[in-house]
Design a binder for this molecule. Structure first.
Ligand SMILES: Nc1nc2c(ncn2[C@@H]2O[C@H](COP(=O)(O)OP(=O)(O)OP(=O)(O)O)[C@@H](O)[C@H]2O)c(=O)[nH]1
Ligand SMILES: [Mg+2]
Length: 371
């Protein structure tokens, strides 16, 4: 039994494979880790397999699986999970895009109680070196979609991550394409995660295997995970749906507060309507803030990075932004497309709700920054 298994998926990595295996092994030695290295190869036609077999003869902690069916990166990593001889798995690319020196820190974070540790390119301190604009745009799009399901994770499609075995032990992973981490986040059983920033460096040698069509696969994967979360309530995405639901209930309560206070101010306090309305709106925003802060985004579940006043200020501004969006859509649809006014308002409400939820989730009730 090892402390951890580093899984390296490979396909035709002849120029890199020896160096990456040696680098990972060196990190094990420097940090006194009992680590296993598991190369999962998709029947490379170059010397990759031969080189690993050669290293294997002298390094007993190095192993290789050669796959001949169901070619694919995600499938390979999932096979690696299944064959690893430890309870902690770390996945890393062979082409030195991911720095092996971070392996001990990832392992440490798992030992500290995290279920998933993500090497993130998009959290503070992370980055991408030498990527053409097209790849950056695709990556940003993919990340955005993934963040809808896992708003706390800045890099849900990273290829560099560590997990506890229990996370995937019973997970019906249906990996296809490139995004195994998203599948793990969506189908795995986990509670605590943390991100570690790193700078992604594009491969120096060897060839890229990224194909078009990956984007469609990805959209399908996101849809599949969404469906899965509706029927599997232990999943992380379901935790998010619960928040959306609570946020909606709080929003409804805000309407009641708004109308009730408006009625009270005008009918009992004889306040001018034009003044009473903004007062009632502001009080309903306060009402919503209190409930969301205590209930929707429960302190035990979402971090408290900022002070309460800070959160209140952010929530207030975002809510006003939501109202402007709502009104803007109303004007746009009624004036330009002659949409029936109630229908136009309903569209505005839905869009403003989505805005309020997602922007507040990212900015107001965001969790910790990576350590
Ligand atoms: N087993 C297996 N490994 C793969 C497959 N495709 C890629 N890999 C490996 O997965 C890792 C990431 O693949 P890359 O081709 O580097 O993908 P990328 O980083 O998105 O793109 P580039 O670095 O630009 O090539 C590398 O270690 C590859 O050797 C595959 O189909 N099967
Ligand atoms: Mg690469």
């Amino acid at each position: 039994m090892y402390d951890l298994t580093v899984i390296i998926p490979t396909f035709n990595e002849e120029p890199n494979i020896r160096n990456i295996v040696m680098a990972v092994d060196g990190v094990f030695h420097e940090n006194a880790l009992q680590g296993q290295i598991l190369v999962v190869d998709d029947n490379s036609s170059d010397a990759t397999i031969g080189i690993v077999n050669e290293i294997k003869r002298t390094n007993k902690n190095v192993d290789i699986i050669v796959r001949t069916k169901d070619h694919g990166l995600s499938q390979s990593v999932a096979d690696g999970f299944f064959h690893a001889f430890s309870d902690v798995f770390i996945v890393i690319d062979a082409d030195f895009s991911h720095p092996p020196v971070l392996i001990p820190r990832m392992y440490e974070e798992i030992r500290k109680g995290n279920d998933i540790v993500i090497g993130s390119r998009y959290t503070e301190g992370g980055g991408i070196k030498k990527w053409p604009l097209k790849r950056r745009l695709i990556s940003i799009g993919a990340t955005f979609l993934g963040r809808l399901l896992f708003p706390d994770v800045t890099d849900p499609v990273s290829g560099f991550f560590a997990i506890r075995k229990q996370v995937v032990e019973n997970a019906p992973l249906k990996p296809r394409g490139y995004k195994i981490l998203l599948e793990v986040l969506g189908k795995g059983t986990w509670d605590k995660d943390i991100e570690i920033p790193f700078e992604f460096v594009d491969r120096e040698i060897g060839s890229s295997k990224l194909k078009i069509g990956t984007i469609l696969d990805y959209a399908q994967q996101v849809a599949d995970i969404t469906l899965y979360s509706f029927t599997h309530h232990h999943s992380a995405a379901w935790r998010e749906w619960k928040r959306v639901f609570k946020f909606g209930i709080v929003g409804l309560s805000g309407i009641l507060v708004n109308l009730g206070i408006l009625y009270f101010l005008v009918s009992f306090a004889n306040m001018d309507k034009d003044l009473a309305s903004p007062v009632a709106i502001e009080l309903s925003i306060l009402n919503n803030f209190i409930w969301n802060d205590l209930w929707t985004f429960h302190p035990a579940e979402t971090g408290r990075l900022t002070s309460r006043w800070h959160r209140l200020g952010a929530f207030n501004l975002i809510s006003i932004g939501g109202a402007v969006i709502n009104y803007g859509i109303f004007l746009f649809l009624t004036r330009w497309f002659a949409v029936y006014y109630l229908g136009a308002q309903l569209v505005g409400i839905v869009v403003a709700f989505a805005w309020n939820f997602f922007v507040n989730r990212r900015l107001t009730w965001t969790r910790k920054i990576s350590s």
